[in-house]
Design a protein around this ligand. Structure first.
Ligand code: GDP
Ligand code: IMO
Ligand code: MG
Length: 420
C-alpha cells in the first residue's frame, strides 16, 4: 500500500485540519510528519470547534490510529492541554494516539531561546509563533536534542539538566529576562502525561501496516512557502514542510508515496514577517480578513491577506509532486466585484513568471482579473450548484497548474465540502 500526503501549498493555514478530518474515514491511519505546536489545525463538526496543535486531525473519527511521527517536535505542556481538551469530548485518545520515540522534545529553555532570539532581531524578527520550534530543530540537527524515547531512560533528568545548562549559557549572551521555573513544573507533569501513551518505533509500525495493506494519510503542517529549504528564507519555519518531509518525518521510502493532495486557499494569507508578493494593504485585504476570519489559530494574530499567487503555487506543485488540488475558502470570495490572480511579477529586468530566489526583486505582481460571483456558497452541497464564474476560476487554476482540483471547501464545517 502507498501512503498519501496532504500538505499546504502556501504559507500555512490553508485548511489542512478541516480537510484531513473530512478524508479520515477513507484511511486507517493518520500521521503528522513534521512541525510542532506552531501549527493550529481547526476542525468544526457537530457544533464543536476544535484547534489541534500536535495531535493529528484524524483524532475525532471512530477507528483510525493517529501517529505523531519522528519529524514532529512536542512541547509536553501544550500536548497535555490538548489531551485534556480532547478528553472532554469523550474521545478515547489513549487507545488511538501513538507517539514516535524519535520525536524531539521542546524544552522550556527552547521556548525562552526562541523569545530571546526574536527580541534581539528587532525589526528583522521572523514573526515566530514563539513555541520554541527553531531552537528545538537546531538542537536536533546539532545532535544535542532530547527525544520522546529518552523520557523512559533512568537518567532523563540528568540529560534534561545538561541541555538546559547549555541553553542557560546561550541565554547569557542575550539581554533577556526569564524564569525557567514558571515552565518547568508543568513541563515535567507533561512528561508524565506523555508516559501514559503508547510510545513506539513508528517507522516500523507504519511500514508493517503498509505491508498489511492498511492505508495511511500523512498530514502536513505549515506550508510549502515556509519550508526551511524552499520557503522565503529566512522567514520560514525550521522543518521540511514539503512532501519529502513526509519520508524523513515518518520513515517511509519515497517510492511508498501515493497521492499528494496540495491544499490552497482561494486567495492567500500569511502570518508573521517575510515577503508576500500579492499582499493587499487596502480595504480589499481588510475585507478578505474579515470575511475569512483571518486570525491565527495558534497566536490569534491577524493574518496578512492577498490575491492568489499562481507562480508561487506552481513552485509548490513542482516541489511536492502534487497529484490533486484542494481549494478552500471559496465561499470567502463571494460578493467581490471581480477577482484578481497573480500570473507573474514585474521586476527591474522585466516580467518573470516564476517564484524567484530573492523575492525582494519583485516590484509588483502582474494580475489577471476574472469575473466574480455573488451567490453565497456556504449551503452548496454539489458541484452542479457552483456558480459558473467559480467553475471558470477553478478551470483557470487547473490549466495554470496542470493538476485537477478534486475538492472545494465552502465553509469551516466538515459538511461544507464538495467533492468534484
Ligand atoms: P490549517 O492550519 O491549514 O489547518 O488551517 P487553520 O485551521 O489554521 O485555518 C483555516 C481556517 O479557515 C480555520 O478557521 C478553519 O475553520 C477555516 N476554514 C477551513 N476551510 C474553510 C472554508 O472552506 N471556508 C471558510 N469560510 N473557512 C474555512
Ligand atoms: P499551520 O500548520 C501559518 C509561521 C510563523 C512565522 C514562521 C516561523 O497551522 O498551517 P515558527 O514558530 O515556526 O518559528 O514560525 O512560520 N508559521 C505558520 N504560519 N500556519 C502555521 O502552521 C505556521 N507555523 C509557523 O507565523 O512566520
Ligand atoms: Mg493553522
Amino acid at each position: 500500500m502507498k501512503i498519501d500526503v496532504l500538505l499546504g501549498l502556501q504559507w500555512g493555514d490553508e485548511g489542512k485540519g478541516k480537510v484531513v478530518d473530512v478524508l479520515t474515514p477513507k484511511y486507517d491511519i493518520i500521521a503528522r510528519f513534521q512541525g510542532g505546536p506552531n501549527a493550529g489545525h481547526t476542525l468544526e463538526f457537530n457544533q464543536i470547534k476544535h484547534v489541534l496543535h500536535t495531535i493529528p486531525s484524524g483524532i475525532f473519527r471512530e477507528d483510525q490510529a493517529n501517529i505523531i511521527g519522528n519529524g514532529v517536535v512536542i512541547d509536553p505542556i501544550i500536548f497535555t492541554k490538548e489531551i485534556e481538551s480532547i478528553s472532554k469530548l469523550a474521545v478515547d485518545i489513549r487507545k488511538k494516539l501513538l507517539i514516535s520515540k524519535k520525536a524531539h522534545l521542546i524544552l522550556p529553555s527552547h521556548r525562552i531561546l526562541d523569545a530571546a532570539s526574536e527580541a534581539s532581531k528587532g525589526k528583522t524578527k521572523i514573526g515566530s509563533t514563539l513555541k520554541g520550534i527553531g531552537p528545538t530543530y537546531m538542537d536536533k540537527t546539532g545532535r544535542n536534542g532530547l527525544r520522546v524515547g529518552d523520557i523512559l531512560s533512568s537518567n532523563f533528568k540528568q540529560k534534561y539538566n545538561s541541555l538546559t545548562d547549555k541553553h542557560k549559557q546561550l541565554l547569557s549572551m542575550y539581554d533577556f529576562d526569564y524564569t525557567l521555573e514558571d515552565y518547568e513544573k508543568g513541563w515535567f507533569e507533561g512528561i508524565d502525561t506523555l508516559k501514559m501513551f503508547n510510545i513506539i518505533d513508528s517507522e516500523h509500525y507504519l511500514n508493517q501496516e503498509l505491508a498489511k495493506e492498511r492505508s495511511v494519510l500523512a498530514e502536513g503542517a505549515q506550508g510549502t512557502l515556509l519550508d526551511i529549504d524552499f520557503g522565503s528564507y529566512p522567514y520560514v519555519t525550521s522543518s521540511s514542510t514539503i512532501c519529502a518531509g513526509a519520508c524523513t518525518g515518518l520513515g517511509v521510502a519515497p517510492n511508498r508515496i501515493g497521492k499528494v493532495f496540495g491544499i490552497f486557499k482561494a486567495y492567500c494569507t500569511r502570518v508573521g514577517s517575510g515577503p508576500f508578493p500579492t499582499e493587499l494593504h487596502d480595504s480589499t485585504g481588510e475585507t478578505l480578513r474579515e470575511k475569512g476570519h483571518e486570525f491565527g489559530a495558534t497566536t490569534g494574530r491577524p493574518r496578512r491577506c492577498g490575491w492568489l499567487d499562481i507562480p508561487a503555487l506552481k513552485y509548490s506543485v513542482m516541489l511536492n509532486g502534487v497529484t490533486a488540488l484542494i481549494m478552500t475558502k471559496a465561499d470567502v470570495l463571494s460578493g467581490f466585484q471581480s477577482i484578481k490572480v497573480c500570473t507573474g511579477y514585474k521586476t527591474k529586468e522585466g516580467i518573470i513568471d516564476f517564484f524567484p530566489y530573492d523575492i525582494n526583486i519583485i516590484q509588483e505582481p502582474v494580475f489577471k482579473e476574472l469575473p466574480a460571483w455573488s451567490e453565497d456558497l456556504t449551503d452548496v452541497k454539489s458541484s452542479k450548484r457552483l456558480p459558473p464564474e467559480l467553475k471558470e476560476y477553478i478551470k483557470f487554476i487547473e490549466k495554470e497548474l496542470s493538476v485537477p482540483v478534486k475538492i472545494v471547501s465552502v465553509g469551516p464545517n466538515r459538511k461544507q465540502t464538495i467533492i468534484l
